[in-house]
Structures are given as C-alpha cells and as structure tokens.
Design a protein around this ligand. Structure first.
Ligand code: ADP
Ligand code: MG
Length: 634
C-alpha cells in the first residue's frame, strides 16, 4: 500500500495502522474499481471511502440514509480539519444552495446527501459542476428489495451513476446474505463484481438464548451477574418506560429511549449512557444506529426480533472493544405465536390495502386522475378515526402501496428547529433590558446566526447549549419562552409524516399489487420469521455458527462460549472428541435404531465418554428414544 494512504490515516485520524480489510478495500477503490465492502457494524467502513477520497483531487459524494448519522460524520470530519457538508430535506433552500456553492468553489472534500435529494432539480443542475472522485453508498443494502431496510429512494442512485459514468462506486453494508450482496452490485451497475468481506464472527461475543416464562426475573438476574454497560431491547415504547422503572426499583441505573422522545431528551439520555452515568438503556430498535460505544457488555432482547439480520446488528453492539460480552435473547412459547401473527399484521389483505388507498384519496379530497407529485402532511391518527382503520393496518398498507409505486410515505422527516426575530432595534433592546433572564438567549442567537431579522434560520439547540455552557433543555425552554412572548418565531424541531403521490390517483378497480411487491415479500418475511424461530428453538447448534451460516459463511467453528457450546463443555469432553463420537453415533443410528447398550458396545470409544455424549444428544433432542427403548437419530 502506498504510504500516502497511511500518511493520511495518521495525519487526520491519528490511528497507527489500518485494520486488515480496510487496506485491501482502499487499494481497490484507489485503483478505480467498483467495490462492495461488507463489514459488521463497527468494523470501520467510513475510513475506507474517506482515506482514498482524501488521496485524490476532487470531492467524494456520500449517500447515506439517516440524517443523524450524516451530521455525526460531517462533524467528525470537520473536527479532523476536513471540509465536509451535508444536504438533506431538513435544510432551508438557502442552506442547500450554500452547501452546493461550497462544494463547487469552496474546496468541500465530502458532500453527504440523503437519497431523496438525488432526484431534485437543484441536485441535477449542480451535479455536472461537481468534481466527483468517488461515489460512496453507505448502508447499501437499502437499495436491495431483499435487504433489511429497503428504501425506494436508493434506486435513484443508479440514475446518478449514469450521469457520472467514470466515477467509481464504493458500496458499504453490514448486511451479508448472498442474495442482497449480488443485488447491490446489480442495482448499482457495477462494471465488475468485486466484493470484500470481513468475517462476521465475533469471537468475544457469547450468544445466549434463555427460554423462560418469567422474563422480568431473568432480566434482573442477568443484570446482576454481568457487570457494565447494557442495552435492553423491547418492542414497544410503553415497555421501554415500564422496564426502565422496574430496573430503577431494583437499584439498577436505567433510562428509557424511543423514537417518540424530543430530540433534546434523546441527546441527553444518549450522552448520559455513553458516558456511563446511566448503566442500562431500555430501548426500542430506534436506539443504536450510529452509536459507537466500545464497552457495552450486554445486549438483552426481551422480545424476539423480526429477523436475524436485525438481531445480529443489535446484538453486535456489545463488545466492540473485543472484550468478553453477552448477547441474550429471552424466549418464551408465546414469542413464537407473536412472530407468526406479526406476518399477518405486516401484510394486510390486498383488499384492505386497496381500500386504504381509496380512502386516502378521499381524505385529501383528490379526484381520480389528479394528484401527480402532490405532497401532503399526513395525520395518521385523524385518518384512522375518519375511516375506521387501525393505525397498524394503515401504516403497513402505506408501505406496500409505496413499494407498488403509487405514493411515497415519509415517516420521519427530521426538520431542524427554525427561528426568526419578530422584534428589532430599539424594541428588542428595551425587551432585553426588561427581561434580564432571557437576555442571554437573545445574545446567543444574535451571535451565532446572521440574517435572523429577515429570514428563518435553522437552529441547533445542542450547539447553542455547548457554546453557552448550559443544557439543551435550558436553551429549548428559553427559546420557547421568547416565542410565547412574541419576540421570536420559534418552530421547534419536528418530525412530520408526509405522503406524496408518485402517480395520479388511480381508480380503485385498477390498483395492482404485483407479486414482487406483495406475495414474494410476504414469503420473504415469513422465511425471516422462521429463521428467528429456528435460531431461538435450536438446542444443539452453536449459536455463532447458526448465525454465520445464515449469513452465508458456511465454514466456521464452534464458538466455545455460547449457551450450547457451554452445555457441551459440561460433559467434560473436548470438542474434537465430542464431535468424533457424535459423528459415529449418527452414522450407526442412521442405518438402524438400536438400544443404547448395543450402541455403546459397537462404538470404539471409552464407555463413559460415549454415554455422556449420548446423554447430551438426547437432552438436546438430536436423538430420541422410542417406546421400546431404542435410540433413533431425529
Ligand atoms: P462502521 O461504519 O463499519 O460501523 P465506523 O466507520 O463508524 O464503522 O468505525 C467504527 C469505529 O472504529 C470508529 O470509532 C472509528 O474511528 C474506528 N476505527 C476505524 N478504523 C480504525 C483504525 N484503522 N484504527 C483504529 N480505529 C479505527
Ligand atoms: Mg457506518
């Protein structure tokens, strides 16, 4: 590897060396090859596009789906003295124009773009003027119909590629199933297939499935026996609160987290947990993406995840520091039923979906044949009560209608706070004198944002809090008060769901839900659910091997630390001996059933050891005993 890559790594990041796979990926990209990098979360994917882009003239265009992640990365780069900017739907038009101008004239090295911006007129107008050296696609599985987390807006990347045909693409993902991998390369028009894949084995992470009918008790027991930072995943917002207070009642430091909290409160909770002021975060799956805490010792799932892809990502947040950590799934008989029911919920009957579509048109008072490219604020609660649908039915129907190309449903468009002064000059001054307590808030606004008297500016409360040495909540309260008193117009950060029609309203009888949008996806969902059930119910395959096998890594060893491996070890036999005896037992019993005594006689091994293996195999339902006392291989 040319030293300039290493120089860049040392100069900007201060790291001594590349991690093994980073080097190869960087070299591949540096040579101008389309490249797919497959590494587990925390593996260090960002460096693989940042370093080669810095080594070349021009700008790296980065497509990434989450605005919060985008901001993190931009801030990290800036902190290292690298010019970076982000373009997403939460910015004002003026802010976006400034970002583009800087990208064209101002030496921006990294321009992060959220996928839905790629098709905008402004982007297409500016694109030819950008000197792009690399197109990096983060969370690239989002482009695949088969990927967990598919986002239709990702398909726009292909069109952008055609406009800059000579620029290489680097696709990054932690999702590794072979179908997704192939699909990503196809969707992104790779000139040649080219994948680099890091093993997904996590040798320091002990996977455990704990069958139990009293999950709360188990949770307390586990938290009392594994020390250190922890995440507890649950499926509902309500449960995040309930379990957090349960833990507090038992003197375990905990708080709760879900997508519905205010931005400020999420930031503060996250920070307390990150700095070990809170030990346990009880959260929905909204927590974790982009969080890089190395010393998480334990991830507990109170409820079964939807897929093993999701489980692997969430569980994988434990033990990033390579020290021993645990990923525990609590599993009850009821979970199996719940998972099966979830499939029905996620895929309402086609008739229902069509009715939702029709009702939606009526709700927006949209005549058939009209509405192309119209965008509406969508109040799902109001819609449900007007037409007597359940929220889940509507939510899931919208997702399917989106895939069928009728509309797009944006759940969480993260729009930053905005503010503008309503009072100026002498009146403002008089107010400042009369309200000393609010004066500091006016001052920080004036100091940090220009043009506030004529135009709305995006306000970053976290930033203001840092600059003025207070908390986000204080800033928020101060601004709200100024708003109520009519001094500023303050629009706090919000998340608005939007619906936009990608084609004009269609007549009910012409609505089609193609196979690949409905049936095939439903089947895929079923398969994923089955895999979770298999994983949780399996009592004789090493957990780590089970997962790796699922991700297409067929050659792997027993991990030696999961619950299954531990139970095997309790036989007192080493792995090789155990395996050898097990194989011979399988060979003999596959031919015919026989009594244990006869089998032991037949096998060329120590009698006591053989009996131990037989006992384990029977306990773990690998072999069974018939009513006549004969053993059979199940
Ligand atoms: P991913 O995107 O694969 O989840 P990130 O790019 O966010 O991973 O990197 C995870 C962490 O690893 C970051 O804290 C990053 O600074 C660190 N890291 C990446 N490469 C190296 C390296 N060569 N040496 C030391 N730390 C690294
Ligand atoms: Mg990443």
């Amino acid at each position: 590897m040319p030293d300039r890559y290493l120089d860049i790594l040392r100069r900007y990041w201060g790291f001594d060396s590349f991690r093994p796979l980073q080097e190869v990926i960087i070299r591949s990209v540096g040579e101008g090859n389309d490249t797919l990098a497959l590494m587990p979360t925390g593996g260090g994917k960002s460096i693989t596009f940042q370093v080669p882009a810095l080594a070349t003239e021009g700008l790296c265009l980065v497509v990434t789906p989450l605005i919060a992640l985008m901001k993190d990365q931009v801030e990290n780069l800036k902190r290292n003295g690298i010019k970076a900017a982000a373009i997403h739907s939460g910015l004002t038009y003026r802010e976006i124009k400034v970002a583009f101008d800087n990208a064209i004239f101002g030496g921006t090295k990294f321009l992060y773009v959220s996928p839905e911006r790629l098709a905008t007129d402004l982007f297409l107008e500016k694109l030819p003027h950008l000197k792009i050296n690399l197109l990096a696609v983060d969370e690239a599985h989002c482009i695949s119909q088969w990927g967990y987390d598919f986002r239709p807006s990702y398909l726009k990347i292909a069109a952008v590629r055609e406009l800059i045909p000579d620029v290489p693409v680097l696709a990054l993902t932690a999702t590794a199933t072979p179908t997704v991998v192939d699909d990503i390369m196809e969707q992104l028009h790779f000139k040649k297939k080219n994948v680099f894949k890091k093993s997904f084995a996590r040798p320091n992470l002990a996977y455990v499935v704990r069958p139990t009918e009293s999950k709360e008790e188990q949770l307390l027991r586990i938290l009392n026996s594994v020390a250190g930072s922890a995440i507890v995943y649950v499926r509902s917002r309500k449960k995040t609160r309930e379990y957090a207070s349960l833990l507090q009642q038992h003197q375990i430091s905990a708080e709760h987290f879900h997508a519905g909290l205010t931005y400020a409160s999420k930031e503060e909770k996250q920070n307390r947990w990150k700095h070990n002021q809170t030990r346990v975060m009880v959260a929905t799956n909204a927590f974790g993406m982009g969080i890089d805490k190395p010393d998480v010792r334990l991830v507990v799932h109170m409820d079964a995840p939807d897929s093993l892809e999701a489980y692997f990502q969430e569980a994988g947040r434990a033990g990033r520091d390579n020290k021993k950590a645990y990923a525990v799934l609590l599993w009850s008989d009821n979970d199996k039923l719940k998972l099966k029911k979830q499939v029905e919920t996620a895929f309402p009957e086609p008739e229902t979906i069509k009715n939702v579509y029709d009702a939606l048109g009526n709700f927006f008072q949209l005549p058939v044949g009209a509405g192309f490219q119209m965008v509406y604020d969508f109040d799902i609660g109001k819609f449900c009560s007007a037409f007597n649908f359940s929220i889940l039915t509507v939510y899931n129907s919208l997702k399917i209608l989106q895939r069928a190309g009728y509309l797009t449903f944006t759940e969480e468009l993260d729009i930053p706070s905005k503010a503008m002064f309503l009072v100026k000059g002498n009146d403002l001054y008089k107010f400042q004198v009369a309200n000393e307590d609010l004066d500091p808030f006016i001052k920080i606004l004036l100091r940090n944002y220009t043009g506030l008297f004529t135009e709305y500016a995006s306000i970053n409360e976290a930033d203001l809090a840092k600059k003025s040495g207070t908390t986000i909540e204080t800033v928020y309260a101060g601004l709200s008060k100024l708003g109520k008193m009519g001094i500023i117009h303050y629009i706090p950060r919000r998340k608005t769901p939007l619906i936009s029609y990608t084609q004009s309203r269609e007549e009910l009888r012409f609505i089609r839900l193609p196979k690949e949008v409905y049936e095939e996806r439903k089947q895929k969902y079923l398969d994923q659910t089955e895999a979770v059930i298999d994983y949780a119910s399996s009592i004789n395959i090493c957990r780590s091997r089970f997962l790796l096998n699922y991700f297409g890594q067929t050659k792997s060893d027993n991990c030696g630390i999961c619950d299954i491996c531990i139970s095997r070890k309790q036989t007192g036999l080493d792995d090789t001996t155990f395996k050898k005896i097990e194989l011979t037992v399988k060979e003999k019993l596959s031919r015919r059933m026989m009594k244990a005594e006869e089998l032991v006689e037949l096998l060329p091994y120590n009698r006591e050891k053989t009996l131990k293996v037989l006992q384990w195999l029977e306990d773990h339902e690998v072999i069974g005993e018939t009513e006549t006392g004969e053993l059979e291989w199940l």
